[in-house]
Design a protein around this ligand. Structure first.
Ligand code: MFN
Ligand code: ZN
Ligand code: ZN
Length: 564
């Protein structure tokens, strides 16, 4: 099938295209130079054309999402999705798998990364991916509280650690190294937490600093497409901004060495909003976003995603078990907390962010400070779905960015005065243009994830994943901006039209990306002996039953990396 998308206004930062009126040609699933006269015409006049959106951090599939779904029937009935020809789905903050796929697709997103896969429960993540249509997917296994990782770091055997990481990525079908509250989730198994980068982890002769640094070095030793993806210690606590900056500094002299792609950063700090807090309690809570932004803007190794609070009732979920316990103690809402033997843990707590609440209003403003003051090559839009709000709020966030008037209506008329008094948001003059929207919603993600050869841009040879929005690039009416980005006029995936006039016209399942990293065979054999020994001694599951097998995906997409 051939298409020509005519007369659209194109925004493609990776290729330096900034608002040019041009035609895009599509053939056999790819973007091509030109097409034949038989090509179908898509009229994109008065529309903005971008590559498909890329989600870099979302909790969309797996055990803790499912705990949230089971725990919160009240969320389930809050939003019902029932459209002709499609599967029904429910849930506002924790949508069912089909609804998740459909709604990313309606937004013009064509790829999503599940941010926290417990290795032992990787099957559950992949099973839910099997029923998540419309988008390519991938998942990051958790490494920051894993006993085998600890063992090799304590022995300073980084080659063995690299081999173990390579094996785990293939065994769990994972896409990179996720670290959540390094050492802290393991400490929580003993009813405690770690509080600084130098705090020893109970039962191990190891510190959070060594965990982050060790995994960061190994990431580049292997040459993985994405950097380490880090949720640092002390999330959500007043005064945490210092440990956030200290953790970034640990990777200052580790150079990005991806074997594929164009990534330049060696450190990705996720949901930075939750890590940018000043004060000593909620009473003297204030933003320290500018301190972090100052460091990020002058550094050459850091990318961040935001975790923008949308001021909704939502469901929080994280591998940071002790943090969720604190949240439960504060709210006294229902809660869940789990241990995943040898590897990680998790907690789930509902949370109601309120516009009237002083603290939540400051959290809202901090996210926008990051989006408005950080170098737009280094910042990525997320809501840490569903932790700071559901991903379906992206269009509203874009409206806050594109229209100062709309943002200030919220800042001065809708939220609590602490947002004006305790953050620098009132001084933010900036308004995004569509070029910057394209950076923070697709281009930056593609580069950070090492996928920019095929995704996140509209150059010849890229996958024909394309979103077309019916909007004037100069539009300042917040409501109109929100509507235009909520339902794309067209979405093409692999060169096929799957959304037309905001409606899904084709349901299809796509790829699950994972890394197939080759390391020296004799080294791998040595490491597997250790791993088998660990399984015998500590795991309740047999080594033979650990690996995620072929039947767990619709369409595996291994990315081969030679790290021998
Ligand atoms: C990430 O996983 C991830 O993380 C993330 O909600 C998450 O309102 C999970 O109850 C949070 N607020 C206060 O205590 C504020 C102080 C209070 C007071 O006691 O004095 N002050 C006021 O109320 C102001 C009153 C005056 C005024 O100005 O109006 C608490 C409360 C809170 C705070 C609660 N904190 C938690 C935030 C952290 C982490 C959420 C989610 C988090 C989820 N990962 O006339 C006048 O002007 C009167 C003035 C008022 C007065 O003085 O009375 C995963 O992967
Ligand atoms: Zn996190
Ligand atoms: Zn998260």
């Amino acid at each position: 099938m051939e298409y020509i998308i005519k007369n659209g206004i194109v925004y493609d930062p990776i290729n330096g295209v900034n608002g040019e009126k041009m035609d895009i040609c599509v053939k056999d699933g790819k973007i091509v130079e030109k097409v034949s006269e038989d090509a179908k015409v898509i009229d994109a006049s008065n529309c903005v054309v971008m590559a498909g959106g890329i989600e870099i951090h979302s909790h969309l599939a797996g055990p803790k999402v499912n705990i949230g779904r089971m725990m919160r029937p009240e969320d389930s009935i809050k939003e019902i999705y029932a459209k002709k020809g499609l599967r029904c789905g429910t849930g506002f903050s924790i949508p069912s798998t089909f609804k998740t796929g459909y709604q990313y697709c309606e937004l013009g997103y064509t790829f999503a990364l599940e941010a926290a896969m417990p290795p032992l429960k990787a099957r559950h993540v992949h099973e839910e991916f099997l029923f998540t249509p419309q988008i390519d997917v991938a998942a990051l296994p958790l490494f920051g509280n894993n006993w085998i990782v600890f063992k090799y770091i304590m022995e300073k055997d980084y080659k063995a650690l690299a081999a173990y990481v390579a094996w785990m990525l293939k065994a769990t079908k994972g896409y990179g190294i996720k670290i959540v509250n390094p050492g802290g989730t393991e400490a929580w198994g003993w009813g405690t937490n770690v509080h600084s980068l130098d705090d020893p982890v109970p039962g191990f002769d190891i510190t959070p600093k060594e965990i982050v640094k060790g995994l960061g070095m190994v990431n580049e030793l292997l040459g993985l497409p994405h950097s380490i993806h880090v949720h640092p210690n002390d999330l959500g606590h007043p005064g945490n901004y210092e440990v956030t900056i200290e953790t970034m500094k640990l990777l200052e002299d580790v150079k990005a060495k991806p074997k594929i792609g164009e990534r330049w950063s060696s450190y990705h700090n996720t949901h930075i909003q939750f890590h940018a807090y000043g004060g000593t309690s909620w009473k003297d809570f204030e933003s320290k976003a500018l301190e972090i932004i100052d460091y990020v803007n002058k550094s050459k190794h850091v990318t961040i995603d935001v975790g923008q609070v949308t001021l909704d009732e939502t469901t929080t979920m994280t591998a940071d078990g002790p943090m969720e316990y604190d949240l439960y103690m504060m709210t006294k809402f229902k809660w869940a907390n789990c241990d995943v033997e040898l590897e990680t843990g998790s907690g789930v707590v509902p949370f109601i962010y309120s516009r009237k609440n002083p603290v939540h209003s400051v959290q809202w403003a901090i996210g926008l400070e990051f989006l408005l003051y950080t170098d737009t090559d280094k910042v990525i839009l997320t809501t840490d779905h569903p932790n700071a709000g559901p991903f379906t709020r992206y269009p509203r966030i874009l409206a806050w960015l594109l229209s100062k008037k709309y943002r200030e209506d919220w800042l001065y008329n809708k939220v609590h005065k602490w947002a004006r008094e305790r953050t620098a948001l009132p001084d933010a003059d900036k308004e995004y243009d569509m070029y910057e929207v394209a950076k923070v919603t697709r281009a930056n993600q593609a580069i950070a994830l090492g996928l920019s050869e095929s995704m996140g841009h509209l150059g010849v040879g890229a996958n024909a994943d394309i979103a077309i929005y019916e909007i004037d690039p100069e539009e300042k009416d917040g409501k109109k901006i929100e509507k235009a980005f909520r339902y794309a006029k067209y979405v093409l995936k692999d060169g096929e039209v799957i959304v037309k006039d905001g409606e899904i016209v084709k349901e299809k399942f796509y790829r699950t990306f994972y890394l197939d990293v080759q390391v020296d065979e004799s080294l791998m054999n040595e490491v597997l002996k250790d791993v088998e020994e660990m399984f015998k001694r500590y795991y309740t599951i047999n080594f033979e039953n650990y690996v995620v097998t072929e039947e767990y995906a619709n369409n595996w997409k291994p990315i081969k990396i030679d790290a021998t």
